[in-house]
Design a protein around this ligand. Structure first.
Ligand SMILES: Nc1ncnc2c1ncn2[C@@H]1O[C@H](COP(=O)(O)OP(=O)(O)OP(=O)(O)O)[C@@H](O)[C@H]1O
Ligand SMILES: [Mg+2]
Length: 276
């Protein structure tokens, strides 16, 4: 899916009147199949940006175009159809506690199903192989029939990510997918997310606190701060100085901020640059 944000601003409906907009006149273009990581300090507007692209939040100014169409100008049925082509993986996946993992993963298929097929899938999940293969990508295949409330936080997060692999969406929006994962699982999850997007020819936007993972796995990085794009660059051009500047007021969120100053970008993948 092709995405274009033209001078897009956004504010949360429950935000206080005097609060600045969460996003301020953002311009961003992403080609079909493009992959971008959005980084920046807490409160920068990363999640808000994903919600805007997911058509969950309407721009207060400017325009969002998905495949050249303004979703907010569509009829309700068309907007629903469009939303069915998007898959948003929130940081904490909303999984019903008593649900089996297989059902939770196959829920990724629901937007493309009829009402009766979705009810059938919820009651008697059939595509076992599909769910198992998706879970295996996140090293969780053995939990296929486990109940969600018996999983650890990291395992639940990976169930949410496995949904992406079955969703067959045209736009994957992933919010902080690594926050509950250990370094090796984080690396594997990042590699799997980007591989799934490539295989499905989907456009991928992921917000990441793990700057090192963003640099290793994504070809393009958008640095966001105070609702504004500070830089939008191919990964090779994201210098340690830019990163230090992006997190200047919150250096604690860029742990390992001292070493990158002496690093070349080529060395960056080897360095622990983990935020929060
Ligand atoms: N539901 C909400 N209601 C009101 N204001 C909100 C809401 N969610 C976020 N905001 C505000 O919007 C701004 C951007 O928040 P957002 O969640 O997009 O930041 P973020 O970059 O994702 O931060 P984090 O790294 O902590 O997840 C912040 O100033 C925040 O206080
Ligand atoms: Mg966020």
């Amino acid at each position: 899916m092709h995405i274009a944000l033209q001078a897009c601003s956004a504010r949360h409906p429950s935000a206080q009147a005097e609060a600045p907009p969460a996003l301020k006149a953002i311009d961003l273009v992403l080609a079909q199949g493009g992959q971008v990581a959005v980084i920046g300090p807490s409160g920068a507007g990363k999640t808000t940006l994903l919600h805007l692209m997911a058509c969950a939040l309407k721009p207060t100014q400017g325009q969002l175009l998905l495949d050249g169409r303004d979703p907010w100008a569509l009829r309700t049925a068309e907007l629903q159809r469009l939303r069915g082509q998007l898959c948003l993986a929130p940081q904490v996946p909303p999984l019903p506690p008593r649900q089996r993992v297989i059902t939770a993963v196959l829920a990724g298929l629901l937007p493309g199903m009829s009402l009766w097929a979705s009810l059938g899938s919820l009651l008697y999940p059939r595509q076992i192989d599909l769910a198992e293969t998706a879970l295996a990508r996140f090293d969780l295949a053995e939990k296929l029939f486990e109940r969600v409330d018996r999983l650890s936080g990291g395992e639940r997060q990976r169930v949410g990510l496995a949904r992406l692999a079955v969703a067959n969406a045209r736009l994957l929006l992933v919010d902080e997918p690594l926050s509950a994962l250990d370094p090796e699982r984080a690396r594997q999850a990042c590699a799997s997310i980007t591989a799934v997007a490539r295989e499905q020819r989907a456009t991928l936007v992921a917000t990441l606190h793990h700057v090192d993972m963003a640099l290793q796995h994504f070809p393009r990085i958008v640095g966001l701060r105070d609702g504004e794009v500070v830089f939008d660059l191919p990964t090779a051009e994201v210098s340690p100085e830019r990163l230090t500047d992006l997190y200047a007021r919150h250096p604690d969120e860029l742990t390992g901020a001292a070493p990158p100053l002496a690093l070349s970008v080529a060395d960056a993948p080897a360095v622990a640059l983990t935020c929060r």
